[in-house]
Design a protein. Sequence first.
Length: 338
Amino acid sequence: MRDIISCYNEHAIRVSDSYCSRTSSTSNQPYICPKLNPSTPHSITCIYKLNLISHQTQFLITLTWTKKLIHQGFTINIHPYDSDSRNSRILQKNKGTETFQLHNFEVQLIWDISDAIYYEGPEPVKGFYVIVLVSSELGLHLGDKEEEWFKNMKIVTNFSMVSRSELFYNSTNIYATKAKFCDTGISHDIVIKCGVVDEGSKSNNHNHHNSYGYNHNNYGLCVYMDKKTIFEVKRLRWNFRGNQTIFVDGLVVDVMWDIHDWIFNQNKGCIVFMFRTRNGLDNRLWLEEKNLKTNNEFQDRGIGLSLLICGRKRTEILCPRMSPPESQKILSHSVSIQ
């Protein structure tokens, strides 16, 4: 009888290491094929889980980057993992500090986005920092910009991103992003293209704007990672919901999609994709025993990641928003920076 590992190996798609190592992985901007015209995200929400070792407690921080007509900013929500208390404040500066009490903890928020550099999306790529201190312990540190007082500070953080969601309005049905599926892995370029598929070839890079038409039989979906085609789904009229398993950086990643409303609702459709790493014993099913022995980086993967991409045809239509079970608790502190 065949073991479960060989069964998973046969039916899942492995993103090989041969094209995971590339020079473009060091850039914060995702790779885009020149022929494609990807959508620009309206907002990006990241949820981080903090482990404060000295206090033996955990925090959740939700940070949302938003792009508006006249400015770009972010909203941050902080709360203990096991608490439902609430405290909200709004800040209007691009640079500053804010200190407040949260239960028995003193939380200090330090940020500077005054010189932040953006590409087309709402999330800055360099020239900024966002720092969260909990009772003088460094909990979260984002960005590359440093002040003089911070250069001599010992940076020891223990946080992981547990989810990332990107929301698109009036999308072109081509979505591009970067994702890092584990702490020890590298950033991967991900491109998703939906539209009319030519049955005689893998996909048609033209005519994707015709996906709002009525010939549902030709709708197709293609997912690229690091400039390679990972998988393709045709006849979305019958396959408008589904999932595919892939292997990335030694992890089992489930790719799920729901395109029903986008296909059958011409004016108010919503399209949803999710990449989710598996936790527990099933997250390394494909690895051979020799790889587990020779690659020490697989021994500690940390918390899995959920990546959600959501596109709307119209801005007034609500779309599902991904949130792990932890983030469904009431946020205890909310700060809006604009």
